[in-house]
Design a protein around this ligand. Structure first.
Ligand code: MLC
Ligand code: AMP
Length: 503
């Protein structure tokens, strides 16, 4: 039976005793052992009466078992729905309800909080902890280490990834097997990954970058990963000598450069450094080359599209650009008002089309229609231009979005919460430069006439409602927000005033 995602990423390694995951404790998990773990999990999942196409919502720490759960979902034809470990119960409630997940897998510490939410959905709940313990693995350990993959086609859905939006409501981006496979296989070729590669993997595995780029590329090439639970500078420096390649968000690179122990000698043997998810400053690119002799390869992607463009492996990796459209990806720059293509070199909306582009937002046909054209072009919300040599430059965002350490934050979601607080008439949330995270969140409050909002109490409220990375680092009280003649808040003016707040 055929199941392209399983067959081409996982099944190809059946029986291989070669390393797949190098773990922090010095142990190595082979491809064969990993596949056995995945098969046991697939048996456990089907034992829970899940049917192909059901959603499995997963909020767990990074571990080999968590990755095997992704493989098990592929094998059993289930839709994998990974969730940021920073999300609060109130955020999770929305994702579980919106996706109508049939199974929720969480850390045991969150079980009590999530059980009523799962129950309200008639979903099952199982636990999986950072050390691989928990009810799900207990079930799996009693199962056979083999599982016949459920028949699927490339057009079947493989994953939902939730992405926030300008209205403040998160949307489930529906990705098919073909979306994931086409991108993984293209990137292996473009970036020359082979079975000899050892990728230093410190990214989270609940987003496109750590899961569908880093992990899928290693799987498709048959290489291995140094699988670190998170980015820790000491661990990165200690393990880099064993790696051939690294993928990271710009914060990884600025943190490495900020440490004198990160020397040219430590990095010279490496084959490739890749950056993405947020703009890499040209200055970081240049400092990195001066220190190590390596030119970081920057690429550009999104939750909805996986990767769209990449600087070349051979040829000039141009600082401040995201390179060329990947093979099979069409990219055009259009007038944001009319959608008409602009002459080469002009700045406009970046639109992309290709086998990488998602199928739409789960149960949100209007939102899908706003961003995904009938002819297949996806309106990215990023503003850019293509230079005379064909390199794509991202020059700004047409969407009101903050990217902090590679995590996307939509101001509207925070503004809705701030507007609701006692004594607050209205609010504006902006991103301002931050030396570590690239950008960080600043909130501006306008009081109700005669009122003084309790800033500390409001910050405390954001903590119970929103994931930590979305919390405003500071709240400022202002008499009125600057507006243009149309009454629209001028966030650019606010960003200019507060641009040096954290630098
Ligand atoms: C953690 N914190 C953050 C944060 N990460 N705050 C803002 N932005 C972030 N990104 C919080 C912590 O909870 C902590 O809270 C405080 O900030 C400082 O923590 P830290 O120890 O310095 O952070 P750390 O745990 O080291 O994490 C930083 C990071 C991490 C940059 C290593 O955020 C990370 O791995 N980011 C990668 C995100 C990613 O994978 N994005 C890809 C999306 S896919 P407190 O309470 O202690 O102050 C995509 C498509 C594409 O965009 O193109 O790839
Ligand atoms: P996400 O929705 O989390 O997948 O984030 C996607 C967004 O990250 C894109 O729309 C861009 O705004 C941004 N992004 C990703 N890669 C880059 C990059 N290399 N340079 C600038 N912005 C990027």
């Amino acid at each position: 039976m055929s199941n392209p995602l399983y067959d081409r990423l996982f099944g190809i390694h059946a029986g291989k005793q070669t390393p797949f995951l190098h773990l922090p404790d010095g142990e190595t998990l082979t491809h064969a052992a990993f596949l056995e773990m995945a098969a046991r999990l697939a048996n456990a999942l089907t034992g829970l009466e899940l049917e192909p196409g059901d959603r499995v919502a997963v909020q767990v720490e990074k571990s080999p078992e968590a990755l095997a759960l992704y493989a098990a979902c592929a094998q059993a034809g289930l839709i994998f729905l990974p969730l940021n470990t920073a999300y609060t119960t109130s955020e999770l409630n929305y994702f579980i309800e919106n996706s109508a997940a049939r199974l929720v897998v969480c850390d045991a510490t969150h079980e009590a909080g999530l059980t009523p939410i799962a129950r309200a959905q008639e979903a099952r709940i199982e636990t999986l902890n950072a050390d691989g313990s928990g009810s799900l693995m207990r079930r799996a350990l009693g199962m056979l280490p083999a599982f016949e993959p459920v028949k699927r086609s490339e057009d079947d859905l493989a994953a939902f990834l939730y992405t926030s939006g300008t209205t403040g409501r998160s949307k489930g981006a529906m990705l098919t097997q073909a979306n994931l496979l086409s991108n993984a296989e293209t990137l292996v070729t473009e970036w020359r990954f082979t079975k000899d590669d050892v990728l230093l993997h410190a990214l989270p595995i609940f987003h496109t970058h750590g899961l569908f780029v880093a992990t899928n590329v290693v799987l498709a090439s048959g290489g291995s990963m140094i699988f670190l639970p998170k980015f820790d500078l000491d661990d990165m420096l200690r393990r880099m000598p064993d790696a051939t390649s690294m993928m990271g968000v710009p914060t990884f690179y600025t943190r490495l450069l900020g440490d004198d122990r990160f020397t040219g000698d430590l990095a010279r043997h490496m084959r490739l450094f890749i950056s993405g998810s947020a703009p890499l400053l040209a200055e970081t690119h240049e400092r990195f080359e001066a220190r190590t002799g390596h030119r970081i390869l920057e690429r550009y992607g999104m939750t909805e599209t996986n990767m769209n463009t990449s600087n070349p492996y051979d040829g000039e990796r141009r600082a401040g650009t995201v390179g060329f459209p990947l093979p099979d990806v069409e990219l055009k720059v259009t007038n944001p008002e009319t959608g008409e293509p602009l002459p080469q070199g002009e700045i406009g909306m970046i639109e992309v089309r290709g086998p990488n582009v998602f199928q739409g937002y789960w149960q949100m046909p209007e939102k899908t229609a706003e961003e995904l054209r009938e002819d297949g072009f996806f309106i990215t919300g990023d503003l850019g231009r293509v230079d005379e040599d064909g390199y794509v430059h991202i020059v700004g965002r047409g969407k009101d979005l903050i990217i902090s350490g590679g995590y996307n934050i939509y101001p509207k979601e925070i503004e809705l919460l701030l507007d609701d607080q006692p004594g607050v008439q209205e609010s504006a949330v902006i991103g301002v430069p931050h030396p570590d995270f690239g950008e960080t969140v600043l909130g501006i409050l306008v009081p109700e006439p005669g009122q003084t909002p309790d800033v500390e109490a409001i910050l405390a409220r954001t903590q119970t409602e929103l994931a930590r990375f979305k919390h405003p680092r500071k709240l400022i009280v202002m008499d009125a927000l600057p507006r243009n003649t149309m009454g629209k808040v001028q966030k650019n003016a606010l960003r200019e005033v507060y641009k040096d707040m954290f630098t």
